[in-house]
Design a protein around this ligand. Structure first.
Ligand SMILES: Cc1cc2nc3c(=O)[nH]c(=O)nc-3n(C[C@H](O)[C@H](O)[C@H](O)COP(=O)(O)O)c2cc1C
Length: 192
């Protein structure tokens, strides 16, 4: 029997994201980030394909990404509001980890399962950061779904895409709890 871990359970029952716009310096150092990435990489992965990788966006790189967001927004004829919203995660960002889904050829593991695994990596990284006492938030934004932006900004290849941009820094103040799902409505108990 695995040992009961009350602290871990308590964390999972109370965890919540910290909105990226409320995060401030300092962000984790490279040494502080390594255990969080290690925890994130310890994620279920059918066939041991490792269909994901990390790109750590440090503060100086945020400026370049904000500029590329404006360029992409103009190319896509986005509204000034959408461009400003897209820029804001980089303009205000201290540090973010781009979790990149890397589709691998496999006769056994369908593409969708590799996508699920990449999503699970995002949550594992978010939770590791929160458990370590950082403020953290999983964002996407329209840029993360634009292949041309992803190629120019992150050097992604055609079989790669952004699963999430996990912002990690210091929380200004803890956010209030948000409404949580109604378990009774979501859960079916199948006894036979
Ligand atoms: C795949 C994915 C993408 C998201 N992208 C955004 C985003 O671009 N902007 C935003 O405000 N929230 C976004 N969210 C929601 C935030 O992560 C939000 O903080 C989160 O749902 C709060 O959940 P929690 O309180 O359980 O941690 C996204 C969530 C997911 C799963």
């Amino acid at each position: 029997m695995p040992l009961r871990n009350d602290a871990a359970l308590e964390f999972l029952l109370s965890r919540r994201s910290r909105p990226a716009k409320t995060l401030m310096a300092p962000a984790p150092s490279r040494d502080e980030l390594m255990p969080l990435l290690t925890a994130a990489a310890r994620t279920p992965d059918h066939g041991k394909l490792e269909p994901w990788r990390f790109i750590v966006i440090e503060t100086p790189a945020m400026v370049r990404l904000a500029e590329l967001t404006t360029k992409a927004g103009e190319r896509l004829s986005k509204s000034p509001e959408d461009i400003a919203k897209g820029r804001s995660q980089f303009k205000l960002g201290q540090l973010a980890v781009a979790v990149v889904e890397v589709q691998k050829d496999s006769p056994k593991v369908p593409a969708i399962e590799q996508t699920y695994s990449a999503g699970a990596v995002c949550l594992a990284l978010l939770n590791a950061a929160l458990a370590a006492g950082w403020g953290a938030n999983w964002l996407s934004g329209w840029v993360s779904h634009d292949a041309e932006f992803c190629a120019e900004a992150f050097g992604l290849a055609s079989h790669e895409r952004i699963a999430g941009l996990i912002h990690i820094a210091t929380e200004a103040s803890p956010p209030p709890e948000r409404p949580r799902p109604d378990l009774a409505a979501l859960t079916t108990w199948m006894a036979t």
